[in-house]
Design a protein around this ligand. Structure first.
Ligand SMILES: CSCC[C@H](NC(C)=O)C(=O)O
Ligand SMILES: [Zn+2]
Ligand SMILES: [Zn+2]
Length: 421
Protein backbone atom coordinates (compact mmCIF):
# COMPACT_ATOMS: atom_id res chain seq x y z
CA UNK A 1 0.00 0.00 0.00
CA UNK A 2 1.26 3.48 -0.77
CA UNK A 3 1.72 5.91 2.06
CA UNK A 4 -1.36 8.09 2.43
CA UNK A 5 -1.28 11.83 1.99
CA UNK A 6 -2.54 12.49 5.47
CA UNK A 7 -1.57 11.10 8.84
CA UNK A 8 1.09 13.73 9.12
CA UNK A 9 -0.16 15.21 12.35
CA UNK A 10 -0.74 18.68 10.93
CA UNK A 11 2.95 19.20 10.25
CA UNK A 12 2.25 22.07 7.87
CA UNK A 13 3.39 20.34 4.68
CA UNK A 14 2.88 22.12 1.40
CA UNK A 15 0.80 20.71 -1.40
CA UNK A 16 1.83 21.44 -4.95
CA UNK A 17 -0.33 24.51 -5.76
CA UNK A 18 -0.26 23.62 -9.46
CA UNK A 19 -1.47 20.09 -8.76
CA UNK A 20 -3.15 19.67 -5.37
CA UNK A 21 -3.85 16.03 -6.23
CA UNK A 22 -0.13 15.23 -6.37
CA UNK A 23 1.11 13.09 -3.51
CA UNK A 24 2.91 15.32 -0.99
CA UNK A 25 5.91 12.95 -1.01
CA UNK A 26 6.22 13.47 -4.77
CA UNK A 27 5.96 17.26 -4.33
CA UNK A 28 8.75 17.13 -1.74
CA UNK A 29 10.91 15.03 -4.05
CA UNK A 30 10.42 17.51 -6.86
CA UNK A 31 11.26 20.39 -4.53
CA UNK A 32 14.55 18.70 -3.61
CA UNK A 33 15.38 18.09 -7.29
CA UNK A 34 15.12 21.83 -7.90
CA UNK A 35 17.95 22.60 -5.47
CA UNK A 36 21.08 22.90 -7.58
CA UNK A 37 23.54 20.77 -5.64
CA UNK A 38 25.37 20.25 -8.89
CA UNK A 39 29.13 20.15 -9.30
CA UNK A 40 31.41 22.01 -9.65
CA UNK A 41 29.69 24.46 -7.25
CA UNK A 42 26.95 22.62 -5.41
CA UNK A 43 24.47 24.78 -3.51
CA UNK A 44 24.86 22.84 -0.28
CA UNK A 45 23.55 25.71 1.87
CA UNK A 46 20.07 25.54 0.34
CA UNK A 47 20.04 21.75 0.64
CA UNK A 48 20.99 21.97 4.33
CA UNK A 49 18.20 24.49 4.99
CA UNK A 50 15.76 22.16 3.21
CA UNK A 51 16.87 19.19 5.32
CA UNK A 52 16.75 21.21 8.52
CA UNK A 53 13.19 22.23 7.72
CA UNK A 54 12.31 18.55 7.27
CA UNK A 55 13.91 17.66 10.61
CA UNK A 56 11.72 20.33 12.24
CA UNK A 57 8.61 18.92 10.53
CA UNK A 58 9.52 15.44 11.76
CA UNK A 59 10.22 16.73 15.26
CA UNK A 60 13.70 15.16 15.16
CA UNK A 61 17.10 16.66 16.06
CA UNK A 62 19.27 17.97 13.25
CA UNK A 63 23.03 18.06 13.62
CA UNK A 64 25.64 19.57 11.32
CA UNK A 65 29.30 18.52 11.27
CA UNK A 66 31.70 20.53 9.11
CA UNK A 67 34.15 17.80 8.07
CA UNK A 68 36.18 20.11 5.80
CA UNK A 69 35.82 23.84 5.07
CA UNK A 70 32.37 24.38 3.48
CA UNK A 71 31.69 20.66 3.48
CA UNK A 72 28.99 19.80 6.00
CA UNK A 73 27.60 16.39 6.89
CA UNK A 74 24.06 16.56 8.33
CA UNK A 75 22.38 14.02 10.59
CA UNK A 76 18.72 13.58 11.54
CA UNK A 77 18.35 11.12 14.40
CA UNK A 78 15.31 9.08 15.40
CA UNK A 79 16.24 7.65 18.74
CA UNK A 80 15.24 4.08 19.49
CA UNK A 81 13.81 2.74 22.74
CA UNK A 82 17.16 1.02 23.39
CA UNK A 83 19.61 3.71 22.27
CA UNK A 84 22.66 1.78 23.43
CA UNK A 85 22.09 -0.84 20.73
CA UNK A 86 23.94 -0.40 17.46
CA UNK A 87 22.13 1.97 15.14
CA UNK A 88 20.85 1.82 11.57
CA UNK A 89 22.44 4.29 9.17
CA UNK A 90 20.41 5.48 6.18
CA UNK A 91 22.95 7.30 4.07
CA UNK A 92 22.49 9.52 1.04
CA UNK A 93 24.68 12.02 -0.74
CA UNK A 94 23.35 15.48 -1.48
CA UNK A 95 25.45 16.33 -4.54
CA UNK A 96 24.70 15.53 -8.17
CA UNK A 97 26.80 15.34 -11.32
CA UNK A 98 26.73 18.07 -14.01
CA UNK A 99 24.37 18.01 -16.98
CA UNK A 100 24.66 18.71 -20.68
CA UNK A 101 21.44 20.71 -20.81
CA UNK A 102 21.35 20.75 -24.62
CA UNK A 103 20.75 16.97 -24.57
CA UNK A 104 17.87 17.12 -22.10
CA UNK A 105 14.20 17.21 -23.09
CA UNK A 106 13.44 19.48 -20.10
CA UNK A 107 15.34 21.73 -17.73
CA UNK A 108 17.38 19.29 -15.62
CA UNK A 109 16.62 21.28 -12.47
CA UNK A 110 12.90 21.97 -13.03
CA UNK A 111 11.71 18.51 -11.91
CA UNK A 112 9.30 18.45 -14.84
CA UNK A 113 6.65 15.72 -14.63
CA UNK A 114 5.21 14.41 -17.88
CA UNK A 115 1.73 12.99 -18.48
CA UNK A 116 2.89 9.50 -17.49
CA UNK A 117 4.22 10.63 -14.15
CA UNK A 118 7.89 10.49 -15.18
CA UNK A 119 9.83 13.09 -13.19
CA UNK A 120 12.88 14.38 -15.03
CA UNK A 121 15.81 15.80 -13.15
CA UNK A 122 19.45 15.38 -12.28
CA UNK A 123 19.45 13.32 -9.11
CA UNK A 124 16.04 11.74 -9.73
CA UNK A 125 17.76 8.32 -9.61
CA UNK A 126 21.12 9.33 -8.12
CA UNK A 127 20.10 9.73 -5.38
CA UNK A 128 17.66 12.41 -4.29
CA UNK A 129 14.85 9.88 -4.64
CA UNK A 130 16.35 7.68 -1.93
CA UNK A 131 16.84 10.65 0.43
CA UNK A 132 13.16 11.58 0.19
CA UNK A 133 12.02 7.95 0.34
CA UNK A 134 13.87 7.46 3.65
CA UNK A 135 12.38 10.71 4.99
CA UNK A 136 8.84 9.98 3.90
CA UNK A 137 8.93 6.45 5.30
CA UNK A 138 10.09 7.81 8.66
CA UNK A 139 7.45 10.55 8.54
CA UNK A 140 4.76 7.91 8.06
CA UNK A 141 6.09 5.58 10.74
CA UNK A 142 6.30 8.45 13.23
CA UNK A 143 2.81 9.66 12.37
CA UNK A 144 1.51 6.19 13.19
CA UNK A 145 3.14 6.41 16.61
CA UNK A 146 5.70 3.70 15.82
CA UNK A 147 9.04 3.48 17.58
CA UNK A 148 11.68 0.77 17.37
CA UNK A 149 14.45 -0.55 19.57
CA UNK A 150 17.38 0.68 17.50
CA UNK A 151 18.17 4.29 16.72
CA UNK A 152 17.91 5.28 13.07
CA UNK A 153 20.25 7.96 11.71
CA UNK A 154 19.60 9.70 8.42
CA UNK A 155 22.97 10.88 7.15
CA UNK A 156 23.34 13.44 4.35
CA UNK A 157 26.86 13.71 2.95
CA UNK A 158 28.48 16.07 0.42
CA UNK A 159 30.92 15.35 -2.38
CA UNK A 160 30.23 11.67 -3.08
CA UNK A 161 30.30 12.42 -6.79
CA UNK A 162 33.85 13.75 -6.63
CA UNK A 163 35.32 10.87 -4.66
CA UNK A 164 34.00 11.42 -1.13
CA UNK A 165 37.32 12.77 0.20
CA UNK A 166 35.67 15.85 1.74
CA UNK A 167 32.59 13.83 2.65
CA UNK A 168 32.24 10.27 3.85
CA UNK A 169 35.93 9.38 3.66
CA UNK A 170 36.75 12.11 6.18
CA UNK A 171 33.58 11.71 8.22
CA UNK A 172 34.22 8.05 9.08
CA UNK A 173 37.37 9.19 10.95
CA UNK A 174 35.42 11.86 12.88
CA UNK A 175 34.38 11.34 16.53
CA UNK A 176 30.80 12.21 15.51
CA UNK A 177 30.77 9.16 13.24
CA UNK A 178 31.92 6.92 16.07
CA UNK A 179 29.20 8.46 18.25
CA UNK A 180 26.57 7.23 15.78
CA UNK A 181 27.43 3.67 16.92
CA UNK A 182 26.49 2.22 13.53
CA UNK A 183 25.61 -1.46 13.24
CA UNK A 184 24.32 -1.58 9.68
CA UNK A 185 24.08 0.85 6.79
CA UNK A 186 21.99 1.34 3.68
CA UNK A 187 23.12 3.52 0.79
CA UNK A 188 22.44 3.93 -2.92
CA UNK A 189 22.23 1.19 -5.54
CA UNK A 190 21.10 1.25 -9.15
CA UNK A 191 17.80 1.09 -10.99
CA UNK A 192 16.74 -2.23 -12.51
CA UNK A 193 14.96 -2.14 -15.89
CA UNK A 194 13.08 -5.33 -14.97
CA UNK A 195 10.56 -6.02 -12.25
CA UNK A 196 13.33 -6.97 -9.76
CA UNK A 197 15.36 -4.74 -7.47
CA UNK A 198 19.15 -4.94 -7.58
CA UNK A 199 20.92 -5.00 -4.26
CA UNK A 200 24.68 -4.56 -3.83
CA UNK A 201 26.79 -6.28 -1.17
CA UNK A 202 30.22 -5.18 -2.37
CA UNK A 203 31.93 -2.87 -4.82
CA UNK A 204 34.78 -2.99 -7.23
CA UNK A 205 37.88 -1.06 -6.21
CA UNK A 206 38.41 2.10 -8.25
CA UNK A 207 42.02 2.65 -9.33
CA UNK A 208 42.66 5.79 -11.32
CA UNK A 209 46.15 5.59 -12.70
CA UNK A 210 48.33 7.82 -14.86
CA UNK A 211 51.26 6.18 -16.62
CA UNK A 212 54.00 8.69 -17.44
CA UNK A 213 56.13 7.80 -20.42
CA UNK A 214 59.35 9.65 -21.14
CA UNK A 215 61.58 9.28 -24.18
CA UNK A 216 63.88 11.00 -26.63
CA UNK A 217 62.70 14.27 -28.19
CA UNK A 218 63.64 15.46 -31.65
CA UNK A 219 62.50 16.66 -35.06
CA UNK A 220 59.18 15.29 -36.31
CA UNK A 221 60.73 14.37 -39.70
CA UNK A 222 63.17 11.73 -38.31
CA UNK A 223 63.17 8.14 -37.00
CA UNK A 224 64.13 9.08 -33.43
CA UNK A 225 64.85 6.00 -31.27
CA UNK A 226 63.20 5.35 -27.90
CA UNK A 227 60.34 7.86 -28.12
CA UNK A 228 57.70 8.39 -25.47
CA UNK A 229 55.01 7.58 -28.06
CA UNK A 230 56.33 4.04 -28.65
CA UNK A 231 56.22 3.40 -24.90
CA UNK A 232 52.71 4.79 -24.62
CA UNK A 233 51.71 2.49 -27.47
CA UNK A 234 53.00 -0.56 -25.53
CA UNK A 235 51.29 0.59 -22.35
CA UNK A 236 47.99 1.12 -24.13
CA UNK A 237 48.31 -2.30 -25.76
CA UNK A 238 49.00 -4.06 -22.45
CA UNK A 239 46.10 -2.37 -20.64
CA UNK A 240 43.65 -2.79 -23.50
CA UNK A 241 44.60 -6.43 -24.20
CA UNK A 242 43.76 -7.13 -20.57
CA UNK A 243 40.52 -5.18 -21.07
CA UNK A 244 39.64 -7.42 -24.01
CA UNK A 245 40.26 -10.59 -21.97
CA UNK A 246 38.00 -9.41 -19.19
CA UNK A 247 35.33 -8.38 -21.69
CA UNK A 248 35.42 -11.85 -23.28
CA UNK A 249 35.17 -13.42 -19.82
CA UNK A 250 32.05 -11.36 -19.10
CA UNK A 251 30.49 -11.95 -22.54
CA UNK A 252 31.18 -15.68 -22.32
CA UNK A 253 29.51 -16.37 -18.99
CA UNK A 254 25.87 -15.48 -18.41
CA UNK A 255 26.34 -15.91 -14.67
CA UNK A 256 28.76 -12.98 -14.50
CA UNK A 257 27.75 -9.34 -14.17
CA UNK A 258 29.89 -6.26 -14.69
CA UNK A 259 30.80 -6.23 -10.99
CA UNK A 260 32.39 -9.69 -11.27
CA UNK A 261 35.07 -8.70 -13.79
CA UNK A 262 37.71 -5.96 -13.98
CA UNK A 263 37.17 -3.12 -16.43
CA UNK A 264 39.90 -0.90 -17.87
CA UNK A 265 39.19 2.23 -19.84
CA UNK A 266 41.66 4.67 -21.25
CA UNK A 267 40.20 8.05 -20.32
CA UNK A 268 42.91 10.66 -20.89
CA UNK A 269 45.96 11.16 -23.10
CA UNK A 270 48.22 14.18 -22.73
CA UNK A 271 51.43 15.29 -24.41
CA UNK A 272 53.03 17.23 -27.22
CA UNK A 273 53.10 20.87 -28.19
CA UNK A 274 53.59 20.97 -31.93
CA UNK A 275 53.18 18.78 -35.06
CA UNK A 276 56.90 18.69 -35.78
CA UNK A 277 58.34 18.33 -32.26
CA UNK A 278 58.57 14.78 -30.83
CA UNK A 279 57.52 15.15 -27.19
CA UNK A 280 59.68 13.80 -24.38
CA UNK A 281 56.69 13.22 -22.06
CA UNK A 282 53.32 11.64 -22.75
CA UNK A 283 50.86 10.70 -20.01
CA UNK A 284 48.07 8.21 -20.39
CA UNK A 285 45.35 7.68 -17.79
CA UNK A 286 43.09 4.74 -17.12
CA UNK A 287 39.98 4.20 -15.04
CA UNK A 288 40.29 0.66 -13.68
CA UNK A 289 37.55 -0.99 -11.61
CA UNK A 290 38.82 -4.13 -9.94
CA UNK A 291 36.56 -6.97 -8.95
CA UNK A 292 36.72 -7.60 -5.16
CA UNK A 293 37.83 -11.19 -5.76
CA UNK A 294 41.10 -10.04 -7.37
CA UNK A 295 44.33 -10.09 -5.34
CA UNK A 296 45.19 -6.38 -5.37
CA UNK A 297 48.91 -6.81 -4.67
CA UNK A 298 49.26 -9.23 -7.58
CA UNK A 299 47.31 -6.89 -9.81
CA UNK A 300 49.67 -4.03 -9.03
CA UNK A 301 52.65 -6.32 -9.77
CA UNK A 302 51.11 -6.93 -13.19
CA UNK A 303 50.93 -3.16 -13.77
CA UNK A 304 54.61 -2.87 -12.79
CA UNK A 305 55.51 -5.58 -15.32
CA UNK A 306 53.55 -3.78 -18.06
CA UNK A 307 55.40 -0.55 -17.25
CA UNK A 308 58.85 -2.20 -17.11
CA UNK A 309 58.31 -3.97 -20.42
CA UNK A 310 57.22 -0.71 -22.09
CA UNK A 311 60.80 0.59 -21.79
CA UNK A 312 62.90 2.80 -19.55
CA UNK A 313 61.49 6.01 -18.08
CA UNK A 314 57.97 4.66 -17.62
CA UNK A 315 56.46 5.36 -14.19
CA UNK A 316 52.94 5.50 -12.79
CA UNK A 317 50.99 7.30 -10.12
CA UNK A 318 47.54 6.86 -8.65
CA UNK A 319 44.88 9.53 -8.29
CA UNK A 320 42.59 6.96 -6.67
CA UNK A 321 43.58 3.61 -5.27
CA UNK A 322 41.03 1.95 -3.08
CA UNK A 323 42.32 -1.19 -1.39
CA UNK A 324 39.40 -2.90 0.31
CA UNK A 325 37.96 -6.27 -0.51
CA UNK A 326 35.33 -6.19 2.24
CA UNK A 327 31.96 -7.58 1.27
CA UNK A 328 28.76 -7.55 3.27
CA UNK A 329 27.24 -10.87 4.24
CA UNK A 330 24.09 -11.92 2.43
CA UNK A 331 23.88 -15.21 4.25
CA UNK A 332 20.44 -16.13 5.56
CA UNK A 333 22.07 -16.56 8.96
CA UNK A 334 23.18 -12.92 9.01
CA UNK A 335 20.64 -11.02 11.13
CA UNK A 336 20.91 -7.75 9.18
CA UNK A 337 20.58 -9.39 5.77
CA UNK A 338 17.77 -11.61 7.03
CA UNK A 339 15.84 -8.57 8.30
CA UNK A 340 16.42 -6.58 5.11
CA UNK A 341 15.67 -9.36 2.64
CA UNK A 342 12.63 -10.69 4.53
CA UNK A 343 11.14 -7.20 4.67
CA UNK A 344 11.64 -6.83 0.91
CA UNK A 345 10.08 -10.24 0.37
CA UNK A 346 7.06 -9.24 2.50
CA UNK A 347 6.63 -6.29 0.14
CA UNK A 348 6.85 -8.61 -2.89
CA UNK A 349 10.13 -7.00 -3.93
CA UNK A 350 12.30 -9.63 -5.62
CA UNK A 351 16.01 -8.99 -5.06
CA UNK A 352 18.97 -9.62 -7.34
CA UNK A 353 22.33 -9.62 -5.55
CA UNK A 354 25.32 -8.07 -7.32
CA UNK A 355 28.68 -6.38 -6.89
CA UNK A 356 28.34 -2.65 -7.56
CA UNK A 357 30.27 -1.89 -10.75
CA UNK A 358 31.20 1.69 -9.78
CA UNK A 359 31.97 3.26 -6.40
CA UNK A 360 29.72 4.67 -3.67
CA UNK A 361 30.26 5.88 -0.13
CA UNK A 362 29.49 2.32 1.06
CA UNK A 363 33.10 1.45 0.26
CA UNK A 364 34.27 3.63 3.15
CA UNK A 365 31.72 2.06 5.51
CA UNK A 366 32.74 -1.46 4.51
CA UNK A 367 36.44 -0.63 4.76
CA UNK A 368 36.05 -0.06 8.51
CA UNK A 369 34.36 -3.43 8.86
CA UNK A 370 30.72 -2.34 8.98
CA UNK A 371 28.06 -4.04 6.86
CA UNK A 372 26.60 -1.90 4.08
CA UNK A 373 24.02 -2.70 1.43
CA UNK A 374 23.53 -0.59 -1.68
CA UNK A 375 19.86 -0.38 -2.54
CA UNK A 376 17.83 2.14 -4.51
CA UNK A 377 14.24 0.86 -4.64
CA UNK A 378 13.86 1.56 -8.35
CA UNK A 379 12.55 -1.18 -10.64
CA UNK A 380 11.04 -1.10 -14.13
CA UNK A 381 13.31 1.84 -14.96
CA UNK A 382 16.32 2.22 -17.25
CA UNK A 383 19.63 2.93 -15.50
CA UNK A 384 20.10 6.64 -16.15
CA UNK A 385 22.42 7.82 -13.41
CA UNK A 386 24.85 10.43 -14.78
CA UNK A 387 23.01 10.20 -18.13
CA UNK A 388 20.94 12.71 -20.08
CA UNK A 389 17.20 12.79 -19.28
CA UNK A 390 17.54 11.00 -15.94
CA UNK A 391 14.03 10.34 -14.69
CA UNK A 392 11.97 8.36 -12.22
CA UNK A 393 8.28 7.58 -12.39
CA UNK A 394 6.24 8.80 -9.44
CA UNK A 395 4.57 5.40 -8.93
CA UNK A 396 7.95 3.66 -8.75
CA UNK A 397 9.10 6.36 -6.34
CA UNK A 398 6.06 5.87 -4.08
CA UNK A 399 6.44 2.11 -4.11
CA UNK A 400 9.99 2.65 -2.89
CA UNK A 401 8.66 4.48 0.16
CA UNK A 402 6.40 1.54 0.87
CA UNK A 403 9.39 -0.83 0.69
CA UNK A 404 11.26 1.28 3.24
CA UNK A 405 8.12 1.16 5.41
CA UNK A 406 8.92 -2.54 5.74
CA UNK A 407 12.72 -2.39 5.68
CA UNK A 408 13.32 0.36 8.28
CA UNK A 409 11.18 -1.23 11.05
CA UNK A 410 12.72 -4.65 10.32
CA UNK A 411 16.30 -3.37 10.60
CA UNK A 412 15.56 -1.19 13.61
CA UNK A 413 14.01 -4.21 15.36
CA UNK A 414 16.89 -6.67 14.82
CA UNK A 415 17.32 -8.27 18.26
CA UNK A 416 20.46 -7.45 20.25
CA UNK A 417 23.41 -9.39 18.91
CA UNK A 418 26.15 -11.02 21.00
CA UNK A 419 28.32 -8.30 22.50
CA UNK A 420 25.71 -5.57 22.19
CA UNK A 421 24.56 -3.59 25.23
C1 LIG B 1 35.74 6.79 -7.27
S1 LIG B 1 34.89 8.13 -6.68
C2 LIG B 1 33.69 8.42 -7.90
C3 LIG B 1 32.40 7.81 -7.61
C4 LIG B 1 31.59 7.47 -8.82
N1 LIG B 1 30.37 6.86 -8.38
C5 LIG B 1 29.34 6.63 -9.17
C6 LIG B 1 28.17 5.87 -8.60
O1 LIG B 1 29.31 7.04 -10.31
C7 LIG B 1 32.34 6.49 -9.72
O2 LIG B 1 32.26 5.28 -9.52
O3 LIG B 1 33.05 6.96 -10.63
ZN1 LIG C 1 25.09 8.42 -6.25
ZN1 LIG D 1 26.49 9.35 -9.07
Amino acid sequence: MLPDKDGLGGSGRCENPLDPSEHTSVSLFREYLRIKTVHPEPDYDTALKFLERIATELGLPFKKVEVCPRRVVAIITWEGTRPKLKSILLNSHTDVVPVFQEHWKYDAFAAYKDGEGNIYGRGSQDMKCVTIQYIEAIRKLKSEGKRFARTVHLLFVPDEEVGGHKGMETFIQHPEFKALNVGFSLDEGLANPEDKYTVFYGERNPWWITVKCTGSPGHGSRFVENTAAEKVQRIINSFLEFREKEKSRLDGDVCLTLGDVTTVNMTMLRGGVSYNVIPSDIDVSFDIRISPTVNLQEFEKQIQIWCQSAGDGVTYEFAQKFMSTEMTSTSESDPWWKAFSSACCDKNAVLKKEIFPAATDSRFIRSIGLPAIGFSPINLTPILLHDHNEFLNEKVFLRGIDIYLGVIPALASVPPQPGEA
